[in-house]
Structure formats: C-alpha cells, structure tokens
Design a protein around this ligand. Sequence first.
Ligand code: F6P
Length: 256
Amino acid sequence: TVMKNISGLRNMEKQLEEVLGVSKVVIVSGDSDQYATVKNEMGLACVKEIERALGAINIIAVTGGSTLAAVAEMMHPLRKAHQDLLFVSARGGLGERVENQANTICAKMAEKAEGRYHLLHVPDQLSDESYHSLMEEPSIHRVLQHVHRATIIVHGIGDAKTMAIRRHSGEEILKRVDTEHAVAEAFGYFFDQTGRVIHKVQTIGLQWEDLFGAHSVIAVAGGKSKAEAIQAYCKKGPDSVLITDEGAAQEILKNF
Ligand code: F6P
C-alpha cells in the first residue's frame, strides 16, 4: 500500500502541474493544517529543491512564515567545492513573531547550510519618507542589490485574510481584502482569485519583477486552508517549483 500511496501522490503532482501551470510540483503526504510534522516534510522537500537548483554562484533570497521556518529547521550543509552560497532576507521585519521573520530564518538557514548571509535590518512596512531615506542608506542598498539579483527565491504563500490579521494591518487594508476579494498573500503582495495584485505593502525588499529575474523560484505552502491562495498565486506568478502537501493538493484538484 505504501507503493500505491506514492504512485498516487506522483499522479497528483502531474495533475497539479497541469492545472496550476507550473513546471514542477512536489507533494508530501498528509495535511499540515492537521499535523505540524507535515510542514517539516515540506521543509525537507524544499531543501532538496534548493540543492538541485544550486550553481557556482548562489544568492538565495528567503521570506518569512512558519513554513519557511520549517525549511530552515530541515536545512543541512549544502556547500560543495567551488560553490558560493549567500543567503539574503527578501523582506524586513513583517510584524511576524521573531522565529517566523525572514531575518531569523535566513541566518538559521545559512548557518545550517554552511553559507554566508546578509540580513535586511529594516521594518517591512514603511512610510514614503523612510522608504526614500532608507533606500539611500549604503548598507541597506548593498543588501538590496543582492535581493534584486537573487538566483534562487524561496517563499511562502498565505491566505490573504489570515495574513492581514497576523500582520496587524490597518482597518483600510482589512476592508480592501474583503471588498476586493483578496485570497492570497505572498512577500507582501495581496492577490485576488484571478491572480491580480490588489494591494502591495510599501517595502524595500523583494519586488514582483525580481521573481522573473531569478533562475529558480520555489514556493512552499500546504494545508487544505491554503488551497485557494495557492491557486490564485499560481495564476500570474512566475513559473515555480511548488512544494505542497496532500491536504492542499486534494482540495485544489476537487474542482477539476
Ligand atoms: O509573512 C511572511 C510570509 O511568507 C507571507 O508572505 C506568507 O503569506 C506567510 O508568511 C506564510 O506563513 P505560514 O508559512 O506561517 O503559513
């Protein structure tokens, strides 16, 4: 029966690749909404994908969230001879708990992978004024250069409303999430069902264009509750490797 389950997952991966229009899907068994250990399985699958994507020079940009924290948890030494590994935080502090912030995750991943790291020591949501002055700060400018030249981007995807609340977004954003039917959130961008960006946090971190310049984008998100978010994000997102779980996969495929 184990073999049967595995071939069942492989089938689902192929189906998901087709319906989501992404070139590679990896599904781990279980539903991370129900069992926390499933997140670690996604984490491990993600580490394998990162390893596969490595070249001679690697700038790996990472976002935050509990799923990315699981990737860091499962990280192991990656560096082979002649490979340079630089991890950078794709985003500043996102109003997340410290263990789920991009900076914390980035430093932990780099240490476990035996690479170097650069952190983004800025709040994620900025006023116009601080946005412009921080952009001119040389130390920040240097880190941003790396983010914009990332060769591998690893990010989470969340449910729009959950994320707006988790980040203590203002009344206006919460309202727009409702009225404009936002269903997904990733790296500070909110998307509706068609994949249209309905709101973006004013940030100096990773920008939408950066995703299309990277040679590998890996999205990690699972759980039945994220099915709609994953689907929406994939509509207009870059071609990615999607690491997900059975819970999300079954829910997405139900509609096809
Ligand atoms: O806040 C960082 C972030 O990566 C969001 O962009 C994303 O929506 C969320 O975390 C996912 O969080 P989790 O993995 O905890 O569901």
